[in-house]
Design a protein around this ligand. Structure first.
Ligand SMILES: [Zn+2]
Length: 457
């Protein structure tokens, strides 16, 4: 072999070493071939431009063979998901309108608020007597093409209105029960083995005198456990959150309360996070310094509450919170888009196996990475950093589960079945119950590979 080709071969060998893919089994080789043939069929129906215009094909893509195969694929754990963003508008409205005790009112910064409070409101049933109003509400409860243009901050404001509309109704136990049941059913139908969802246990109008919301968390825990007792191959837990935009005093108080809730419900309250629009975060207030102090004090008394921070969900700013996330010892990073600018943090992420919770469709819609083909998570994956795939707030984007995200990256990232398997295994390693989820997932993966390898093309 000539010197040039030898050098070229060495470069290729070194390059794929970092990714450290498992050697595929004979059946996986065959399954991968079948999947790539189905991908070719899909490409005759949908172009790259169609994939980049999410809204144009979001619903029709569900009928394709490729989508149905990815729906069937056992996906391990979904690590990044927000309570309140799990179900699309049509499902949310069907839950709300079947409850005679739900009322609707309008306030200045948000046109429609659903709640069980009657004051200054009209009943939802009465409001829906005019069929046009149903269309209005479906529009309020989802983002769409028109609302997702422009800079991320513009997309965020319409996106946050969805959460503001439903927050009060969703914290009502009657609604919460139906909401969790239906949302988990959607993930279960997507062959997801575990969901670790973010949840804000405090009311937006919280006051100084509000007690610890331990009864609400106990209720939520029971609802989640009931789903598992009916579906033993599915488990869940909650990462409790306060929000970046709150005052520093409020953030600190709620962080302390979340640490207490972790102590009360250690198996169910999986950890702590502080999401919110990162570009508006007030870096100068040193909130994370105080959170670090709370965390260290809790550890000294034996309360190890893991931290799973949203960080690096920015484009034009340097992203100070990525440093906070690493310095505070976050076990996983929500999004991590701006990590691409921080080689040292990427080295740490690889060495310490810090999981990246990537949400490609959310990033596309909110304007952080409009073209998933150049999503930084693809670069992280090939560097051997544990990348995982989640759907963040699929309901707000008009779908449920996480299959859309897998189809989009499979079509746009130039990856094969072994890369997909690697990211699923990353999700299992990165979740809080890896042994249990792996035990359930392994048999399902084998079954899926046999099914795929034997498919007639
Ligand atoms: Zn998120």
């Amino acid at each position: 072999m000539g010197e040039f080709f030898q050098q070229r071969q060495e470069l290729i060998a070194q390059d794929i070493k970092d990714l450290a893919l498992m050697k595929p089994t004979e059946l996986e080789i065959l399954a991968n071939l079948k999947l790539s043939q189905i991908k070719e069929q899909f490409s005759t129906q949908y172009s790259i431009d169609d994939m980049l215009d999410f809204w144009s094909i979001r619903d029709s893509v569900i009928n394709t063979r490729l989508f149905q195969i990815f729906k069937k694929m056992p996906k391990g754990a979904v690590l990044h998901m927000h309570y309140g963003g799990m179900l699309p508008a049509v499902d949310v409205l069907s839950i709300l309108k079947n409850d005679p005790e739900i009322y609707i009112k309008t306030i200045d910064n948000c046109p429609y608020i659903f709640s069980s409070c009657q004051t200054d409101s009209i009943s939802l049933t009465q409001y829906l007597e005019n069929p046009e109003n149903e269309k209005t509400l479906l529009n309020v409860l989802e983002t769409n093409r028109e609302k997702s243009v422009g800079l991320p901050s513009e997309c965020w404001s319409s996106f946050m209105q969805i959460f503001t509309s439903t927050l009060s109704a969703f914290s009502d136990n009657r609604i919460l029960e139906k909401y969790i049941e239906l949302a988990f059913t959607r993930f279960y139908e997507d062959n997801v083995q575990r969901v670790e969802f973010r949840h804000m246990p405090f009311s937006i109008q919280a006051t100084e005198t509000d007690g610890l919301p331990s009864e609400n968390i106990a209720f939520l825990k029971n609802v989640c456990e009931r789903f598992t007792s009916n579906h033993p191959d599915f488990t869940s837990g909650a990462i409790l959150c306060t929000i970046k935009l709150f005052s520093k005093e409020r953030i600190i108080k709620e962080t302390e309360e979340i640490y207490m809730l972790h102590l009360l419900f250690p198996k169910f309250v999986l950890g702590f996070d502080i999401p919110g629009e990162e570009e508006k975060y007030r870096e100068d207030e040193d909130i994370f310094g105080d959170i670090h102090r709370i965390s260290e004090n809790a550890k000294k008394s034996g309360n190890h509450c893991p931290i799973f921070l949203h960080a690096g969900e920015v484009v034009n700013k340097p992203g100070p919170t990525v440093y906070d996330a690493f310095a505070i010892g976050s076990k996983r990073i929500g999004h991590g888009i701006s990590l691409i600018k921080h080689p040292q943090l990427l080295r740490i992420a690889k060495k310490e196996k810090i999981t990246i919770e990537s949400c490609p469709i959310s990033n596309m819609i909110l304007g952080y990475v409009r073209d998933p083909r150049v999503h930084p998570a693809l670069a992280y994956l090939f560097q051997g950093i544990p990348v995982t795939i989640s759907s963040d707030d699929p309901g707000c984007f008009g779908y449920s589960g996480v299959t859309h995200d897998w189809v989009w990256i499979y079509m746009l990232w130039g990856i094969n079945l072994m890369h997909v398997k690697k990211m699923i295994e990353n999700s299992i390693d990165g979740c809080t119950e890896p042994e249990e989820v792996r035990r359930v997932w392994e048999g399902k993966w084998q079954e899926f590979i046999e099914y795929l390898a034997n498919l007639e093309i």
